[in-house]
Write a protein that binds this ligand. Structure first.
Ligand code: 87F
Length: 522
């Protein structure tokens, strides 16, 4: 590798590339790498997962490291994935009569600290603005880490009677949490993009139902779009959002390092915030009541989970449903071939696919060889490559090559749309199936502490019968503390296996109340 670039991709295991170290020059060193030689990954997914990940996100042009640790530039290739999920989710919540809004980025200190349970524990992560120019602000201003305290004073103002309910708002925005443990692009960054939904109802039943409706949308984002299997379930008392009543989540799993990862959360807040912020209403009978609230979010973390689950040693692997280019068309002209004919066939192929609603693009750049382009688009994870050379032109066909399994087939031009669509559907399904096989193969059901410790050391996703006591969970954490992090409960799946009478808790020996997933997690 030529200067500059090579260093950057040798990121350390914490996921923090060299480039991210503060760099007085602004971190925007010019790339000098020779494109022809700088394409491959130097780390393999199986041997060096953390470094592989840091390298993929940069080489696939999802991320550029920035000169502030924990902050990353989301390049168009990442943003387009985010936007595709956003289009889906935004339409779905609108069907549920949830409306978009936008509240300010800044939070006044009084309001931020109003809800003690809520901010307690999170306080060190709140970033503050203390100056404007050279002068100290009279009152420092916090930057939103989440918007409960920003929004709920206005819920109190806007909600008067039962006719003002339900109030269902969502905002697409950025939030800042000044994390101190090893930042990782998409997965743990100090600023990230998300949607946060905040709803208020007259009854608990309505709130309960919405919690699950939203959780189902999160499952669909992971399973139908990102081709990642998730478990839907409920968080333990210890792991739930402390300000709320109960927390549900979708949990994904990264087989390569055996870590669970919370994919998205949907909380029922109960009436805690209503009490604090005096969000009251008068019902039909003229009686006073407090609203029931929910909040829910998914973030750009989704993209990181996708990279980790599907990527390989050639780079990113994009599920077709989130790929901004589902098909990349590459002309393969030989010296004496009919170059114009080949280029026209490529343009016609893109045109036909685009008209059929398939996201296709031709790479006509004349300063790169076809071989270089193959590697480039493989690195960027485009699901299907179409090559058109002299032989294809003569036979009125195109050659299609799958990113997920390298399978090649010749498609007669007359059947282009039909067969490309079929291949894309197939790739989407295959990615999900393989991810599910790997996830399922990592699940281990245990019944005793010894089995638990054994499974943990083998990086398993552990399903164990549990007494559901907070003290016991704290004890599990304490007893598994080590260099690579303690085990914690991930969720109790809604889909519970049978729990025969007399089953005991793996950690306390007391009667078990439920099956719960455990593991190390992000
Ligand atoms: C960091 C600093 C201050 C998480 C924080 O999950 C406050 C917080 O409240 C904080 N980190 N949280 C919990 C966020 C809860 C909730 N907010 C709305 C969600 C979904 C969207």
């Amino acid at each position: 590798m030529a200067s500059g670039e090579g260093k950057k991709s040798k990121a350390n295991a914490s996921g923090e590339g060299k480039k991210s170290k503060a760099n007085a020059s602004g971190g925007a060193k010019k790339k000098e790498v020779k494109r022809e030689t700088g394409l491959g990954l130097t780390n393999s997914k199986d041997e060096n997962f953390g470094e592989w990940y840091s390298e993929v996100v940069v080489n696939a042009e999802l991320i550029e490291y920035y000169d502030i640790s924990g902050c990353y530039i989301l390049r168009p290739w990442a943003m387009s994935i985010w936007e595709i999920m956003q289009v889906f989710f935004d339409a779905e919540i609108k069907k549920m009569n949830i409306q978009n809004c936008y509240f300010p980025l800044f939070v006044s200190p009084g309001v931020l600290q109003k809800e003690k349970d809520h901010v307690e524990g999170f306080a060190p992560e709140v970033a503050w603005v203390t100056k404007s120019g050279e002068s100290e602000l009279e009152v420092p201003i916090a930057i939103r880490p989440t918007s409960e305290t920003v929004m709920y004073p206005y819920y109190s103002k806007w909600i008067r009677g039962h006719r003002d309910l339900p109030l269902k708002l969502n905002q697409w925005c950025n939030v800042v949490r000044w994390e101190f443990s090893n930042p990782t692009p998409f997965i743990r960054s100090r600023e990230f993009l998300w949607q946060e939904g905040h709803t208020a109802f007259a009854t608990k039943a309505e709130a309960d139902a919405e919690v699950l409706d939203i959780l189902e949308l999160y499952r669909r984002i992971y399973e139908e779009f990102l081709a990642i299997p998730v478990v839907k379930g409920r968080k333990s008392e210890h792991e739930k959002f402390a300000g709320g009543l109960y927390t549900t989540s979708v949990e994904a799993f990264i087989p390569n390092n055996g870590r669970g990862i919370q994919g998205a959360t949907s909380h029922c807040l109960g009436q805690n915030f209503a009490k604090m912020f005096e969000i009251n209403f008068e019902n039909e009978k003229g009686e006073k009541g407090m609203v029931w609230q929910n909040s829910w979010a998914y973030s750009t973390r989704t993209i990181g989970v996708m990279v980790m689950v599907h990527g390989d040693d050639k780079g990113l692997v994009l599920p077709p449903k989130v790929a901004s280019y589902q098909v990349i068309v590459i002309p393969v002209p030989y010296k004496d071939a009919d170059t114009k004919g080949i280029f026209d066939a490529c343009a016609a192929t893109v045109d036909t696919l685009s008209k059929a609603g398939i996201r296709a693009k031709a790479d006509f750049r004349d300063n790169y060889s076809p071989g270089w382009k193959y590697s480039h688009w493989e690195m960027k994870g485009v699901p299907l490559r179409i090559e058109i050379g002299p032989k294809d032109l003569a036979n009125s066909q195109v050659r299609a090559v799958r990113r997920d399994n390298s399978a090649k087939i010749d498609i007669p031009s007359a059947k282009l749309v039909e067969q490309v669509q079929e291949m894309l559907d197939n790739i989407q399904q295959n990615l999900f199936d393989i991810a599910k096989q790997k996830r399922d193969a990592s699940v281990e059901t245990v019944r005793t502490w010894d089995e638990f410790v054994g499974a943990l050391s083998q990086r398993k996703l552990i399903l164990a019968p549990w007494c559901d006591e907070e003290e016991v969970e704290k004890d599990v954490k304490a007893r598994t503390k080590g260099e690579i992090g303690a085990a914690k409960s991930l969720c109790s799946p809604f889909d519970q296996p049978e729990l025969p009478e007399g089953t005991i808790c793996f950690a306390s020996g007391k009667p078990a109340k439920k099956w719960t997933y455990w593991g190390r997690s992000y």
